[in-house]
Design a protein around this ligand. Structure first.
Ligand SMILES: [Zn+2]
Length: 412
């Protein structure tokens, strides 16, 4: 058992030992004055050391200092940092403006030592704060106590804002601002066979729709409608607008042989073909021919949309709808032979369960899913969002490729 006298002498001994260390090492100007230069140099050393450690673990992705995160950390008041409770990870990280900084996760670590040099030797204590997905850090030195320097490290995963070129480079996690509730949040992608809808994790509404072209690059659904009209006079001399629609519908169905995407055998779900290609190749699957008919109708001044949903219990399907004089018509483009009259949606829609629809400017999402409806146009049934037209079309087209590149052609 420790006698009181022995304990006192132990404490005294320790105190003397510590004093000797302080005297021995002298007063440290870097503790007295942690200036911007010291902060900067320490960060560089620390980030390099973290990256070397990650490389040793086989993690190629390097972490970098994030300017906005660093600015936030530098802006936290000294009173908070000097308060042990304020600096507890639970408390401190709650203050992080995750959405503004587009972070999907963050953790922190605090250590202290007598000098930046000895802090640097303790960097392995930070390992816990890092995950393989960590890509940004912020580091701040502060005066911990008279003889110690403290260090706060925040390790986080920063996620980019939704961008199709990043999506096409394999990025799948995004921050998005919902078109409906205007809240910024981590995006949720809802895949169906024909397309991918971007959904809000806050209000659970879809508000964007993207689909892959023939070389596998994704574009907004509206970009596939380019104002194309086949170079012919079909329907132009019809006596009524109804007959004009009928003639165009008939031409698309008769002209285009139904062919499954070649890409489907290669594992990719589906690729969309632009209307000029479908017209000149004379083939395509459901969305290709629906795109051609809708594009052509719109070019002739009709109100038409491409619709994606389920049909006849056979899974994903695409079809075309048009509205004229208050009546709505369902134009199926994968038929062997079309009926004698234009089918109104009241009669034709029983086996169709639409989910998404679009024209050149807007994408529409059905408000109640898994329903049949004869209404393809009203805002009571559909929530629509308008998107800007692309500056120029970047959708891959067979017609735009030279014969040398015809390997991308889907013609059998
Ligand atoms: Zn929302």
């Amino acid at each position: 058992m420790l006698t009181r006298k022995r304990a006192e002498s132990l404490i005294t001994g320790t105190v003397i030992f510590l004093i000797l260390i302080v005297i021995g090492k002298g007063l440290r100007p870097d503790i007295e004055n942690i200036d911007a230069e010291t902060q900067h140099r320490f960060r560089e050393v620390a980030v390099a050391s973290v990256n070397a450690e990650r490389k040793a673990q086989g993690i190629e992705k390097k972490v970098v200092t994030d300017y906005a995160l660093q600015q936030w950390l530098d802006g936290q008041p000294d009173s908070l940092i000097n308060d042990p409770e304020g600096l507890s990870p639970d408390h401190f990280l709650k203050r992080l403006p995750n959405k503004k900084l587009t972070l999907s996760q963050a953790s922190m670590c605090c250590i202290s030592a007598e000098s930046p040099g000895s802090l640097a030797t303790q960097l392995d204590l930070w390992k816990e704060a890092f995950k393989a997905s960590t890509n940004v850090v912020a580091i701040r030195l502060y005066r911990h106590s008279r003889n110690k320097i403290g260090c706060i490290l925040i390790a986080a995963k920063k996620v980019p804002k939704f961008d199709l070129s990043l999506f096409n480079n394999g990025q799948r996690e995004f921050y998005v601002t919902c078109k409906k509730c205007q809240v910024s949040h981590l995006g949720k992608l809802e895949k169906c066979d024909l397309a991918i809808a971007v959904k809000c994790s806050q209000c659970n509404h879809s508000y964007d729709l993207i689909a892959a072209d023939i070389v596998g690059n994704y574009h907004r659904a509206t970009h596939y409608l380019q104002g194309y009209g086949p170079p012919n006079e079909i329907g132009a001399t019809a006596k009524t607008r109804i007959q004009e629609i009928y003639a165009m519908w008939s031409e698309v169905v008769q002209r285009c042989r139904y062919s499954k995407d070649l890409s489907e055998s290669g594992g990719r779900k589906d690729s969309w073909q632009v209307p000029p290609d479908t017209y000149s190749l004379r083939n395509g699957d459901c969305e290709d021919t629906a795109l051609l008919l809708a594009d052509w109708l719109i070019a002739r001044g009709f109100n038409a949309r491409v619709v994606i949903g389920e049909a006849n219990g056979k899974g994903e399907h695409a079809w075309c709808v048009a509205k004229l004089n208050g009546k709505q018509y369902l134009l199926e483009t994968t038929l062997e032979k079309i009926p004698a009259r234009l089918p109104e949606t009241q009669q034709a829609s029983a086996h169709y369960r639409p989910r998404y629809a679009f024209d050149r400017h807007s994408i529409y999402f059905i408000k109640k899913s898994a329903i049949t409806t004869s209404d393809y146009f009203s805002s009571q049934t559909w929530e629509g969002y308008t998107y800007p037209l692309p500056a120029s079309s970047s959708v891959a087209s067979i017609a735009l490729h030279s014969p040398k590149n015809s390997a991308i052609s889907r013609t059998p």
